[in-house]
Ligand binder design. Structure first.
Ligand code: ATP
Ligand code: MG
Length: 589
């Protein structure tokens, strides 16, 4: 699988932030990284510090939208506005440790409120703005949310219908000119509150272990979990921004994730600002032509996006790209789902830059494994552990169960290439410190000094990590463990296939048989001929033991709202079982 390598010129390698991986790893310590931030309050490290050090005029956030001209906030302006918000919260009697939820589109006020709440040492819990009332109610209840920052429209549609079920919610602060159109207990206009608040604020001493964020997982494998993160996480955000995303002074960085998900706050706000770079925020939704225009017009130099989005751009073809001047683009990275090698190569061909995969989870809080700017990419690999992070592979037995020794400690695989569960040596600054209301589940993620990720992977002799599949998605067939990613990647190499999902379906003979669901690209029609061709293509690539027994063409695959394929829904469907109440998981699309 590692046959193809996309190389780097010596010039790129020597000018990147991690020119020599081995030496960078050997000399790195979290303690040094922490010291360079001069204090761990996230808002200080990401915003105020730059003003104190004379970089207040640099643009921190630049908001672009379809209709209005761009709006900008410099580091200095963001520092003052977030001071106002911190004062406003204190004026309301909100205390350190209280949960402040945020539910809105990607508006300046949302970002100001998040930074201001961190200054007041409140815990920020961002919600995805497309959630309906039920996912909003569940999450606000799970966190006993005391404050909610939202818009009048979102309040009317998503909060008012469930307000009686939210006894802890005291203050609802509405963004926008139409705030007075809504009435309800504790509801008031954010602008009025801000106008009365002072721009002077001094952040009280903040402990590295003080909680800062609650991020809810995507709900790909089941009920979303609320992962609690602390202020010390900013140390990992700054370091990974530098190493994995290669962020440098003067960069224009665009992270396409919504701040309702961990990527959109960790890398759409905290990490780039901690690195002092300008962050583009697109207020609108995906559109191939607009996305290419943003890359071009905003002169984006570093772009962090997701495989689903990249596949949608591939599907849109060459036309929206024609004549574009994308010479500012220096580094492209991806996260969230397996990045099939074809997409890495497409980046190189269509955009002139390959895609650098990175791996992490809501629970890890920051990037743990990455392909670096200075290093050749092995397409299909997630890269190598970031400095400060040690990864291991925990053995799984033939039935897929974790292997533990007599003391309950995980047993690591014997050597390179053996598949097992991806684990990370504890602790690291952005490691989750709790799951909301689920201490036992939290405890079950750790054993013998390792965090157990639930993802299956292998590590090669050069410490590149290869994704095999989620533990829940791995297929046990005729005594083999088959990772869906390998099968999906092979199917996506077929010219007709733009998206693929592979599952195991119970089978009396082999335990589970491999079945695939594919979405065809424009100009391809499902039919006998194409099915036969796809089956033959898969058998040639994968061999008959691993190739799917059945390939079904679908109009679309089920995704979470954050864009990930939900194989559990396909498994339930294949077995004629109920698919679950997806609306309550915020997972229907
Ligand atoms: P839930 O935990 O609720 O089921 P989720 O795991 O999708 O949802 P996230 O924390 O948003 O929630 O996603 C992390 C997961 O995404 C990883 O555990 C992994 O399965 C997948 N993932 C992230 N990056 C990559 C990558 N580069 N390659 C393959 N898979 C990835
Ligand atoms: Mg998960």
């Amino acid at each position: 699988m590692a046959a193809r390598v996309i190389g780097k010129s010596t010039a790129v390698a020597s000018s990147s932030n991690l020119p020599d991986y081995e030496r960078g790893r050997a000399s790195f310590t979290w303690a040094d990284a922490r010291r360079s931030l001069s204090g761990v309050n996230i808002a200080h490290a990401a915003v105020d510090r730059h003003v104190d050090e004379g970089r207040g005029d640099v643009v921190a956030l630049r908001f672009v939208s379809e209709l209005a001209p761009p709006r900008e906030l410099s580091f200095a302006a963001l520092a003052l506005e977030s001071n106002r918000f911190a004062n406003a919260l204190e004026g309301l009697g909100v205390k350190p440790g209280d949960l402040v939820f945020a539910l809105s589109g990607r508006l300046p006020e949302l970002y100001i409120a998040m930074i201001g709440a961190l200054k007041a040492r409140c815990v920020v819990a961002p919600l995805f703005s497309a959630f309906g009332p039920d996912p909003v109610r569940q999450r606000l209840r799970a966190g006993n949310g005391r404050v909610l920052v939202t818009t009048a429209a979102a309040y009317r549609q998503k909060v008012a219908p469930v307000r009686d079920d939210l006894p802890d919610l005291e203050h609802v602060l509405l963004i926008g000119d139409d705030a007075s159109s809504v009435d309800g207990p504790g509801v008031q206009a954010l602008a009025r509150l801000m106008a009365r608040a002072s721009t002077e604020y001094s952040i009280a001493p903040t402990g590295a272990e003080d909680p800062a964020f609650v991020h809810f997982t995507s709900g790909t494998t089941g009920m979303p979990k609320g992962a609690v993160h602390v202020h010390d996480a900013v140390v990992a955000h700054e370091a990974t921004g530098r190493f994995a995303l290669d962020l440098r002074e003067g960069d224009v960085f665009w992270c396409t994730a919504d701040p309702g998900w961990v990527t959109g706050t960790s890398y759409g706000l905290v990490s780039p600002l901690a690195c002092g770079v300008t962050c583009i925020v697109d207020e609108a939704e995906f559109d191939a032509v607009r996305w290419y225009s943003i890359l071009e017009q905003e002169r984006v130099s570093v772009w962090y996006t997701a495989p689903t989005a990249l596949r949608m751009l591939m599907k849109a073809g060459a036309e929206p790209l024609a004549g574009r001047e994308l010479s500012s683009l220096r580094h492209i990275a991806s996260v969230g789902e397996p990045l099939n090698p074809e997409v890495v190569a497409w980046g190189e061909e269509a955009l002139g830059k390959p895609i650098h995969d990175t791996w992490w989870q809501t629970e890890t809080g920051a990037i743990m494994v990455a392909n670096y700017a200075s290093m050749p990419i092995r397409p299909g690999s997630m890269g190598r552990p970031v400095p400060g992070i040690e990864v291991g592979i925990v053995r799984r037995d033939a039935s897929g169960e974790r292997v533990l020794d007599s003391q309950g400690n995980p047993v690591l695989v014997a050597g390179p290439g053996e598949e097992g569960e991806l684990a990370i040596r504890t602790p690291w600054p952005s490691m989750m410190r709790a799951y909301l209301n689920a201490p036992e589940r939290y405890a079950s993620c750790f054993a013998g000094g390792w965090y157990l990720s639930g993802d299956l992977a292998r590590i090669d002799a050069d410490s590149y990590v290869w994704f095999v599949g989620r533990g829940d998605d791995v297929i046990k067939s005729a005594g083999h463990l088959i990772g869906p990613f390998e099968v999906e990647s092979a199917l996506m190499e077929h010219p007709a296939v733009v998206e693929a999902a592979v599952i195991g379906v119970p089978d009396p003979v082999v335990g589970e048989r491999v079945e695939a669901f594919v979405v065809l690209g424009p100009g391809f029609e499902p039919g006998e001929g194409l099915s036969r061709d796809l089956m033959a293509f898969a058998r040639r690539r994968l061999g008959s033991a691993v190739a799917p027994r059945r390939i079904a063409c679908e109009q679309a695959l089920p995704h979470t709202q954050s864009g990930k394929i939900m194989r559990r829904v396909l498994r339930a469907r294949a077995q004629g079982l109920p698919e679950g109440d997806l609306s309550t998981l915020g997972a229907s699309r």
